[in-house]
Design a binder for this molecule. Structure first.
Ligand SMILES: [Mn+2]
Length: 309
C-alpha cells in the first residue's frame, strides 16, 4: 500500500491528531489536509481543541471541526502524530473501513489498516515528507510550509537530539518547496499572555534535585488547549535538572502534566501509568487530586523509574 493508493481509493477523508496540539500535530494534519484538498477531494480535520491562534493562517480555507460529523459516510480516517486512538478523539475506529496511521511515537500500537510508524524520525512531518518524496507526489507550497512547521516544531528549531542528518536533508528539501522561513517565526512567536505565563511558571518553580517542578493555577484562566511546549523548551535550557514537571490545573483538583527529561529516563513509561503518552524525553498525562498529592505521586513514579535504571 502507498499513500498514492490511499489518496486515489477514497473521495472523502477525515484527519485526526492527538490531544494537546503541538506544531507537529498541527503541521502534519494541515499539510495532509491541504494535499487532499488540492486533489479536489473532500477533507475535514478534527482537532480536539481550538487551533492555537498563531497557526490559524496555515489552516487557510480548510474545514477544521471540533467533533466528528454525524454522517461518517465512507470516509477514510487518517491519524497523524497520534500514538493511540484513545488519545485522539473519542470515536470507534471500527466504524471506518480504512484507517491510516502515520506517526513517530515509539508507543504507537499500530492500530491502523495501514501503518507507517518510524520512531527514529524527529516528527510525523518528517515521516510524511519522506513519503511524498519517495512516491514523487507533487504538492502545493502550503503543504510544504505545514510540514516544515511540523519538523521545525518537534525538533525545537533543530535544537533537540532527535535532529538527525537526514532530518536536515528532508527539512532542506521541504523548505525549498515552501514559501520560506516565515514558518519558523510563527513557531517561535509568543503572545503577551505567553510571556505572563512564563513569569508565573518560573516564579512558582521549586527545584528538588533531580526534578524541577512548577504549576499554573486555574485562576490564570488559560484558554482551553493552551500549548505549553514553549515553556518546556525554554525551561530545558537550564541543564541541571534531569526531569521538568509542569502541572496545569484544568479544573479544580484536575491537572494536565507536561514532562521533559534528559538522559536515560523514559518518561513515556511514566505517562503511560497515568493513561498518557509521548516520547522518552517528552511526555504528558492527566492526574486528579490536589496539587500536593499529584506532585508527590508523579515525583515518586519518576524517582522509582530513575532507581530502576
Ligand atoms: Mn510529533
Amino acid at each position: 500500500m502507498t499513500l498514492r493508493d490511499v489518496l486515489s481509493n477514497f473521495t472523502s477523508f477525515l484527519i485526526v491528531s492527538h490531544q494537546g496540539l503541538d506544531g507537529d500535530a498541527v503541521g502534519s494534519s494541515l499539510g495532509m489536509g491541504h494535499l487532499i484538498s488540492s486533489l479536489g477531494k473532500d477533507v475535514s480535520i478534527i482537532f480536539p481543541e481550538p487551533l492555537p491562534q498563531k497557526y490559524l493562517p496555515l489552516a487557510g480555507e480548510l474545514s477544521v471541526l471540533s467533533e466528528f460529523p454525524s454522517q461518517l459516510s465512507d470516509s477514510a480516517l487518517l491519524f497523524l502524530d497520534c500514538a493511540d486512538p484513545e488519545r485522539g478523539l473519542k470515536v470507534e475506529i471500527s466504524r471506518f473501513l480504512f484507517v491510516a496511521n502515520i506517526d513517530h511515537h515509539i508507543s504507537n500500537t499500530n492500530f491502523g489498516t495501514w501503518n507507517v510508524v518510524k520512531p527514529e524520525y524527529s516528527s510525523t512531518g518528517e515521516v510524511l515528507a519522506e513519503i511524498l518524496f519517495n512516491e514523487g507526489i507533487e504538492a502545493p507550497e502550503r503543504v510544504w510550509d505545514c510540514l516544515y512547521l511540523a519538523i521545525f516544531s518537534d525538533t525545537n528549531g533543530f535544537r533537540f537530539s532527535n535532529t538527525r542528518p537526514q532530518t536536515l536533508e528532508i527539512a532542506g528539501k521541504v523548505l525549498s518547496r515552501g514559501s520560506g522561513p516565515e514558518v519558523s517565526s510563527i513557531f517561535f512567536s509568543l503572545s503577551q499572555l505567553d510571556l505572563k505565563v512564563l513569569g508565573v511558571v518560573f516564579t512558582n518553580m521549586v527545584y528538588d534535585p533531580p526534578i524541577a517542578f512548577s504549576y499554573l493555577p486555574l485562576s490564570l484562566g488559560l484558554p482551553e488547549g493552551f500549548d505549553s511546549d514553549f515553556i518546556m523548551n525554554i525551561w530545558k535550557n537550564w541543564p541541571e535538572p534531569q526531569v521538568y514537571l509542569l502541572f496545569k490545573e484544568i479544573s479544580p483538583n484536575s491537572f494536565k502534566v507536561s514532562m521533559r527529561g534528559r538522559g536515560d529516563i523514559d518518561l513515556s513509561k511514566i505517562a503511560g501509568k497515568f493513561q498518557g503518552g509521548g516520547h522518552p524525553s517528552a511526555s504528558g498525562c492527566r492526574v486528579k487530586g490536589n496539587l500536593q498529592e499529584v506532585e508527590k505521586i508523579l515525583r515518586e513514579a519518576i524517582l522509582d523509574e530513575i532507581r530502576r535504571d
